[in-house]
Design a protein around this ligand. Structure first.
Ligand SMILES: [Zn+2]
Length: 684
């Protein structure tokens, strides 16, 4: 494509069945936001579009479980999601929702046009049916074994384990997710998009046309899909949640969420255009518009095969120029999961790390899962902040601003003759916008963020080498030049950091007292960014160090989640073999009081206790040190198996055993009498 006139950038529509987590951000919203902000900075016409997907099959499922209407669920999460995006600085031009009137109309019309053009095939087929729930089972309403990988908990529409998309009837051993019943089959009529008919078009358009410019992970997935042979896909469902199929004979049926959701990009553009006095059709129907879909890898088939086939079949629409899907981000070595609460939730991050949006934006970009799955760890988050944002970027700016205020009352000094190093630095500076821009335009956001850090590094190194704080005693004129050069680097940083670190960029522009309209090109083209005699403001910290205890708190929070998940999955063990009453009477269990407690040296788990068991005072070694400190248990009454044969544990003879059980958070709890009793009382 020759230089596009305008850009339509879409970011995957999040399901409104849970809040946004770092996986969504790293995969979709942060890279799309960098792209959109960059394009606006170079003066392009941009529509950056997203919205809540409110017809997902997971929503009525969740509503059923919580005993509320689906509307309650979507309103709640649409609110949380929208607010967290705004607070995080995701610069959507419009964030809409698919329950809106404009979307229902747009999706309905889209279907009607394709229907009248004969683009669907009608088919009466046997579908899975749950007689007890009086409902057909598809998508999330049915689970079974994936026909491709054998994963036993695959959904009806897609296997979470291998990513394969399939029909519910393909599942082996299907079970209703509503009642757990084994479904029966019942006939029903549906409309199908004959994907096989579009195979030639997809081959030519993607396999021949985008071999070079699409990411290998995206291209490879499409190739394998097309080469496996495409089959017709139903675009309707027997459900009461969604957009009604606009046909008389389709009473009780709705559009399949994957038919209506991507049309949501179009409806959201219409809504925005109406508000802004623009023509939405320019952004979807003109050849000089560049359409780019940002998605995660689980959405590749829908954005590269199904939606383009719909656009093509409908006619008059442009096709995406690129679909730079990312791989997955893991958290501390494990797959992110909404249902298992294994995530860093955006709305919680914003509360726990106030005014530190850019730290997360930077970490997720510097570590983006662009070509393979990647891992987010809190240690790495801390290191990226402390060693890069604070030690390089923040340190450089702080020195420049503090010294300019100290030496020149905040006025940019008049430079004298430039040294060779000064000339080199000023020349290098002008290259950064192009280098960073090229990386962004190739969807290499990770690389782009490292180039940004290189610019900060250039400044930091320049100051460290030139040492104005030493030179000031010998050569005041030279310091004027050094500070002038350093201030030019600072101004360049204020501009080119904007796509990555928008909050920092605004702060820095305020500190340097520069015009917010200073553009990307200005950094390359202008001889001077901060002219001599320009007045700057006082220093303000751009980043602050993140302490170990903040990181430990987050790691502990995850550890608690891990334990809770383990407990949740813990099965109650089956009953042991039956015993006779005499067997039980062999156990001599007494109530005792802990008199003394101390840690057993060089062990993590063991406490050495002195316990008054009524008969005598004896030593017992107990593996409870990870649940209790010695001080907190002195004086407690406990149950003790007193006639257990003594044994040596770590050199200490233990004369009995304290009875314990497990709590839901993975700690131990004493099994003790409910009221205080005399030591030595038997438990029977
Ligand atoms: Zn599978």
């Amino acid at each position: 494509m020759s230089a596009p006139k305008r850009y339509t950038i879409t970011a995957a529509l999040p399901y409104t069945n849970g809040p946004i987590h770092i996986g969504h951000l790293a995969g979709v919203y942060v890279p799309a936001d960098i792209y959109a902000r960059y394009l606006r900075l170079i003066g392009k016409d941009v529509a950056y579009i997203s919205g809540s997907d409110e017809h997902g099959a997971a929503i009525p499922m969740r509503a059923k479980k919580e005993g509320v209407s689906p509307q309650v669920i979507i309103d709640k999460y649409h609110g949380i999601i929208k607010k967290s995006f705004v607070d995080f600085g995701i610069s959507f031009d419009n964030y809409s929702r698919t329950s809106s009137k404009i979307h229902h109309e747009t999706a309905s019309d889209f279907f009607t046009k394709m229907y009248s053009d004969g683009e669907f095939i009608e088919e009466v087929s046997a579908q899975l049916y749950d007689a007890e729930a009086n409902q057909f089972l598809a998508d999330r309403f049915v689970v079974g074994t994936c026909p491709k990988c054998g994963f036993e908990e695959s959904y009806g529409d897609q296997c979470e384990s291998c990513g394969t998309s399939h029909n519910a009837t393909d599942l082996i051993n299907p079970k209703s997710a509503i009642t757990g019943n084994i479904p029966t089959v019942k006939e029903t009529k549906h409309w199908f998009l004959p994907l096989d008919k579009h195979e030639d078009f997809l081959r030519k358009w993607i396999l021949d046309g985008h071999k070079k410019d699409w990411k290998p992970n995206v291209y490879g997935q499409v190739k394998s899909w097309v080469e496996d042979g495409l089959r017709p896909r139903a675009v309707t469902r027997d459900l009461d949640w969604g957009i009604p199929v606009p046909l008389k004979e389709a009473d009780g049926k709705v559009l399949y969420v994957w038919f209506d959701a991507p049309i949501g990009y179009i409806s959201a553009t219409k809504e925005w255009a109406a508000r802004e006095g623009k023509n939405w059709e320019d952004y979807w129907k003109k050849d000089d518009t560049k359409l780019v879909h940002f998605i995660g890898k689980d959405n590749i088939v829908f954005h590269c095969i199904i939606f383009p086939s719909m656009l093509k079949a409908h006619g008059n629409y442009i096709l995406p120029d690129n679909v730079p899907a990312n791989e997955f981000l893991n958290l501390e070595g494990n797959k992110l999961s909404t249902s298992k609460n294994w995530a860093v939730w955006l709305h919680e991050y914003l509360e726990e790390f106030p005014n530190q949006q850019d730290v997360l934006r930077y970490t997720l970009t510097a570590n983006a899962p662009e070509s393979k799955d990647n891992d987010f760890t809190w240690k790495d988050f801390q290191a990226k902040n402390n060693n890069e944002l604070v030690a390089i970027f923040g340190n450089f700016i702080n020195r420049v601003v503090v010294l300019t205020n100290k030496y020149y009352d905040g006025i940019v000094p008049v430079p004298n003759d430039f040294s060779e190093i000064d000339e080199d630095v000023l020349a290098a500076l002008k290259e950064f916008p192009n280098t960073i821009g090229k990386s962004i335009e190739r969807y290499r956001f990770r690389e782009a963020s490292q180039e940004l850090m290189s610019l900060a590094r250039l400044g930091n190194k320049y100051l460290a080498d030139e040492e104005p704080w030493k030179v000031i005693k010998l050569d005041e004129e030279r310091v004027q030049t050094i500070m002038y050069v350093a201030l030019q680097i600072s101004a360049a940083l204020a501009v080119v950091s904007e796509p990555f670190l928008p909050f920092t960029s605004t702060k820095l522009k305020n500190i340097l007292n520069i015009d917010a309209s200073l553009s990307w090109q200005n950094v390359t083209e202008n001889l001077v960014l901060l002219p001599a005699t320009h007045q700057i403001n006082k220093a303000e910290l751009l980043f602050s160090k993140i302490e170990d205890k903040e990181i430990e708190a987050q790691v502990e929070k995850l550890a608690a989640t891990r334990v809770a998940n383990e407990q949740e999955n813990k099965v109650t063990e089956p009953q042991k073999e039956t015993i006779e009453f005499e067997d039980f009477t062999k156990l001599d269990i007494r109530v005792g009081t802990i008199l003394e407690a101390e840690k057993v040296a060089k062990t993590k788990k063991l406490l050495k206790l002195k316990v008054d068991v009524g008969i005598d005072i004896r030593t017992i070694v107990s593996g409870i040190a990870e649940s209790f400190s010695p001080e907190e248990i002195i004086g407690l009454q406990v149950s003790v198996l007193v006639n257990l044969a003594p044994r040596k544990i770590r050199g200490v003879e233990s004369q009995g055993m304290i009875l314990m059980t497990d709590t839901p958070d993975g700690k131990l709890a004493f099994v003790a009498p409910e009221k205080v009793v005399k030591n030595g009382q038997a438990v029977s």
